[in-house]
Design a protein around this ligand. Structure first.
Ligand SMILES: *Cc1c(COP(=O)(O)O)cnc(C)c1O
Length: 385
């Protein structure tokens, strides 16, 4: 049987042609013509004040913490369920991540949990659009405004999603995107910081290039420019090779998203009758980018056994995503029971724009059969009765 992978980046001839152009231009490094063109494309698409192309969403979050002035002793409230990059970013600048539990239906940060965690040391909130589902920005913004906190959107997985008619990536004062190979638009590795306030973008762009600014621009100045370094900077630049790939990917995003949405709809239809699984649901005021399709197994189902059986048939599957507060690195003081439960019971199944309907059928057959085989005997008997 032909294997069915969990993840597959949709990179093709058009992306290759764009890369060939960069090779011919002689400027493959960052902050050159293609990087600038990508940033202009992002500003246009999202209607933000500035967009900074960087090496990953992780570095975008790090630059966000620096640009917002987060420092040692500060507390940053982060969504507990999702890839724990926001908590890592808080640690990079010496701050303390504080973990907020999530809603059981959308898996996104629970505004009530955020409100309960605010202390005099709280400086801001990082919401996560969990595997492509936008969080509750209306409620979160109201909390942020009431307490004078910043609100950041980790939209790593959410390119193409919407919330109350607005695009994910434009739902908070700063948003961070990822272009990792498992996300909806990809250059292999890559990211972007989108900011309403151009001053935030300027700060991030400067720190992303060792505090020097664009070397490409310096090369085009007549005379002898002598750069000065005024800040601790990093090399977090996105290469122009990656930027060229992303310009093509962003132009294709509607087509890629349509494929993912069709696959999600097929899963929902074929798995609807499976009592041992809970499927994702999307509230009417938002749309999902379907970065990952996660199912929740009934408490009596042996998840490891199900995953082993599905994988044995050449079908990719993995945990859903992370509960951050249980990761030893964070030494968390909070309890997040909803997130912990999802971390224990969710499974991600193949989701990418290249999946074909007959492959989705094979995944469904394998999964349904495995969950029934590995359900606890009481539940299995109940189901058969
Ligand atoms: C993937 C992901 C990241 C990290 O993105 P990179 O580009 O790999 O650094 C951050 N946050 C969330 C929620 C993610 O899913």
């Amino acid at each position: 049987m032909e294997p069915i992978s969990l993840v597959h980046a949709s990179l093709g001839e058009r992306e290759l042609a764009a890369v060939a152009e960069v090779f011919a231009s002689g400027w493959p490094s960052g902050q050159g013509p293609r990087g600038k063109a990508l940033e202009a494309q992002l500003v246009q698409k999202y209607g933000v004040g500035d967009a900074v192309a960087v090496s990953s969403c992780g570095t975008a979050l790090h630059l966000t913490m620096l640009a917002l002035g987060v420092k040692k002793g500060d507390e940053v409230i982060v969504a507990d369920y999702g890839f724990p990059a926001p908590a890592q970013a808080a640690l990079y600048v010496g701050a303390t991540p504080v973990f907020a539990d999530v809603r059981p239906d959308t898996y996104t940060i629970d505004p009530q949990s955020v409100a309960d965690l605010i202390t005099p040391r709280t400086v801001g909130i990082v919401a996560v659009d969990t595997v492509g589902m936008p969080a509750d920005y209306t409620e979160l913004q109201a909390i942020a405004d009431r307490h004078g906190l910043f609100l950041v959107e980790d939209a790593a997985c959410a390119v193409g999603a919407t919330y109350q008619g607005r695009q994910a990536g434009a739902l908070a004062e700063v948003a961070c995107l990822s272009f990792h190979g498992r996300k909806g638009a990809s250059s292999g590795e890559g990211g972007a910081l989108l900011a309403r306030d151009p001053a935030i973008g300027k700060d991030a762009r400067l720190r992303s290039s060792f505090g020097i600014g664009s070397i490409f621009d310096l090369g085009n100045i007549v005379g002898l420019p002598i750069p000065t370094l005024t800040e601790v900077g990093y090399n977090f630049k996105l290469s122009d090779i990656a930027a060229a790939i992303l310009q093509v990917q962003l132009a294709r995003i509607d087509e890629l998203l349509e494929r993912r949405a069709a696959i999600a709809a097929q899963y929902a239809e074929l798995l609807a009758g499976e009592e041992l699984l809970t499927l994702p649901t999307v509230p009417p005021d938002r749309t999902h980018a379907w970065q990952t399709y996660m199912v929740t197994l009934d408490a009596g189902v042996d998840r490891a056994a199900v995953a082993t059986e599905v994988r044995r048939q050449g079908i990719g599957c993995a945990i859903g995503t992370f509960a951050a507060h249980v990761q030893p690195v964070f030494q968390a003081q909070q309890k997040c029971p909803v997130s912990a439960d999802l971390f224990a019971r969710q499974l991600s199944i193949p989701m990418h724009a290249e999946l074909r309907p007959n492959q989705v059928e094979r995944v469904v057959e394998a999964l349904s059969s495995a969950v029934r085989t590995h359900a606890s005997s009481t539940r299995a008997l109940g189901g058969a009765a």
